[in-house]
Ligand binder design. Structure first.
Ligand SMILES: NC(=O)c1ccc[n+]([C@@H]2O[C@H](COP(=O)([O-])OP(=O)(O)OC[C@H]3O[C@@H](n4cnc5c(N)ncnc54)[C@H](OP(=O)(O)O)[C@@H]3O)[C@@H](O)[C@H]2O)c1
Length: 247
């Protein structure tokens, strides 16, 4: 086995949601493994902070609200040819189905499902994902388990897995690989927001034999999926949950 297989030298990787949480950690760790990064997010100052923390040189930040069709197209155009794409932008909104409004469905669906699919479409339509490239979606353990109040979010994350498998078949002839990560709760701003809304965090943590994850746990998996070390893996979903679903 060669450690070199896990490196990302010479690869350009676009990460959405790079202004916060998992996307930021993924971007920093990909840069640490030699990749040139294009980081995207909405919040200019937090995005600049990510950019400033990327090891190495030649990285760029592109601000874009992915709900804005023109901004999404501009992001795709300005990205140029890339070798890796990580869709980390997403939101968690909670409501039991009996209280879920059309607006709630639309808000969650647009950023968690439509935006990553449309951004991928734009890049593929212009042949901007290089052969041997790797596309990674951030799904969630929510796609596999039932948790009250999380139905719409869970649906958006399950849809990503289903679409990812079809996309994997469409691009395999160009040796582009497509996979999903499905993390359970990871210590992040999104967890803090969720915690405030629904649960006693200590009760939930007791269900995790290995405790909650950390952003670097997810980033390690992202580096693997973007690197040549995973060259034989496509159409897969990696559940990362600290033992939650086997306990
Ligand atoms: N944290 C967890 O425990 C966990 C577990 C499973 C799956 N996930 C998934 O992992 C992904 C990242 O989660 P996280 O914890 O890193 O969340 P986070 O810290 O809240 O970050 C969310 C990111 O999405 C971006 N974003 C939101 N709406 C956007 C929009 N309209 N246009 C462009 N960017 C937008 C935000 O950009 P700005 O801040 O610049 O607005 C931010 O960079 C999400 O898809 C989430 O569902 C997270």
């Amino acid at each position: 086995m060669s450690v070199e297989a896990f490196r990302l030298d010479g690869r350009t990787v676009l990460v959405t949601g790079a202004s916060s949480g998992l996307g930021r950690r993924i971007a920093i760790d990909c840069a640490g493994m030699g990749a040139k990064l294009l980081v995207s997010g909405r919040d200019a100052s937090r995005l600049a902070d990510t950019l400033a923390n990327l090891p190495g040189e030649g990285h760029r930040a592109i601000e874009a609200d992915l709900l804005d069709g023109q901004a999404l197209q501009r992001l795709a155009r300005e990205a140029g040819v890339i070798n890796g794409l990580v869709h980390s932008a997403g939101i968690s909104r909670l409501a039991p189905i009996r209280m879920a409004t059309r607006e709630h469905l639309s808000e969650v669906w647009k950023i968690n499902y439509e935006a990553p699919v449309l951004l991928t479409q734009q890049l593929l339509a212009r042949n901007q994902v290089a052969p041997d490239g790797s596309i990674l979606f951030l799904s969630s353990i929510a796609a596999f388990i039932g948790v009250a109040g999380v139905g719409v979010y869970s649906g958006s994350k399950a849809a990503l897995i289903a679409t990812m498998r079809c996309l994997a078949m469409e691009v395999v002839k160009r040796r582009i690989r497509v996979n999903c990560l499905a993390p359970a709760l990871v210590e992040s701003p999104l967890l803090e927001a969720t915690e405030k809304m629904v649960m006693s965090i200590e009760t939930t943590k007791a269900d995790y034999p290995l405790g909650f994850g950390k952003a670097e746990d997810v980033a390690n998996a992202a580096v693997f999926f973007l690197s040549g070390a995973s060259r034989w893996i496509t159409g897969a979903t990696l559940v990362m949950d600290g033992g939650l679903t086997i306990s």
